[in-house]
Design a binder for this molecule. Sequence first.
Ligand code: CDP
Ligand code: MG
Length: 152
Amino acid sequence: MERTLVLLKPDCVQRRLMGRILSRFEDKGLNIVGLKMLRVTPELAKRHYAEHTHKSWYPGLEAFITSAPIVAMAVEGPDAIRVVREMVGATNGLQAAAGTIRGDFSSSRQMNLIHASDGPESARRELAIFFAENEICEYTPMITPALRADDE
Ligand code: CDP
Ligand code: MG
């Protein structure tokens, strides 16, 4: 089992796509174990996007990510980090494959609707930024026996 951080970005909230995109993760069989809406501050943006703060396009990204509320989700499942990244698709919506979230809903490099952690280390780091331990709700979904075999 893995956990990964998903953010529904301001364009997702503004475009009323939160429910449809969250549903994709539920439909896949992933388990939502944390969920909150918040406004990203410039300080939080710099912390979350630490690897990008020196880049020429960072000021635009910060203005975008702080422009409206976001939704943060902790998503759990087998191989969840890779599976969610593949569901999200390539960074630029114009290049993301059809069938991915960005490929189906985004036509922008910046306004690409969603963030997902890109590996185990970033998942750990990013989940800790957005969720306290007691904000993660562990539970066993009753649907599990219908989703996969016992040994999977
Ligand atoms: O989100 P992802 O990991 O696919 O891409 P990234 O390279 O880590 O970039 C983080 C975010 O910065 C992207 O999702 C875009 O919203 C934004 N970005 C941008 O505004 N301009 C760029 N040239 C590249 C990325
Ligand atoms: Mg990234």
